[in-house]
Design a binder for this molecule. Structure first.
Ligand code: GTP
Ligand code: MG
Length: 197
């Protein structure tokens, strides 16, 4: 699938203010600075559709983008960022969990994981919560341009081993680089297949 048109629709603080849930929706979530907004720009071929920053905590709202007038991509705030005051962090977490549980047209969530790092407790716990809540998700390993092929292979293997301590099967995953355009065709193909199913 090719993205011909990507339009910003609106930013919200709550799920009940989001656009009418009348088309398929795919959202990107993960720790602050993992590369959610960059991945959205890479997928849509737009440099600054979603706001990016080297400083964690850039995206603070639920941001809807309408793709080819047919489906939504959603950029979400990051979780697990210690520098944000606790009260605000709890507010974001509540907003995120509400959005995930209540958004009826959310076909699939993409959980972004930095491919350079060891499995983090906050991500494992979050995915466990998704499993218990029966929310469909896939993992996207980001920033793979920063690793050598062997390092990436080792890190993926280690991550899988960690996941198998919790999960019977490894959730579906993609490897990506917003810098190099890696993973774009695969992710868009999956979305296309789900849209058509
Ligand atoms: P928050 O909105 O703060 O939660 O962050 P985010 O997950 O949206 O991350 P964002 O896309 O803003 O990217 C954070 C930083 O990582 C920026 O400096 C990006 O340029 C960089 N970055 C994102 N993806 C990649 C990638 O694939 N490769 C490299 N080398 N850098 C990346
Ligand atoms: Mg962001």
């Amino acid at each position: 699938m090719e993205i011909k048109e990507a339009q910003f629709v609106m930013s919200n603080t709550a799920v009940d203010k989001c656009p009418a849930p009348d088309r398929p929706e795919y959202a990107f979530i993960g720790r602050s600075n993992v590369g959610k907004s960059s991945l959205i720009n890479m997928l849509t071929n737009k440099r600054s559709l979603a706001k990016i920053s080297g400083k964690p905590g850039k995206t603070r709202l639920i941001n809807h983008f309408l793709i080819n007038k047919e489906w939504y991509l959603v950029d979400l705030p990051g979780y697990g960022y210690a520098q944000v005051p606790k009260a605000e962090r709890l507010k974001w977490e509540k907003m995120l969990k509400n959005y995930i549980l209540k958004r009826e047209n959310l076909y699939c969530l993409f959980v972004l994981i930095d491919s350079r790092h060891e499995a983090q407790k906050v991500d494992l716990e979050f995915m466990e919560w998704l499993g218990i809540s029966e929310i469909p998700f896939n993992i996207v390993f980001t920033k793979t341009d920063k690793l050598k092929p062997k390092e990436l292979e080792d890190n993926l293997k280690a991550y899988e081993e960690k996941m198998f301590q919790i999960w019977e099967t490894m959730p579906g995953y993609f490897v990506s680089s917003a810098e190099k355009g890696i993973g774009k065709d695969e992710i868009l193909r999956m979305i296309d297949e789900v849209n058509k199913a």
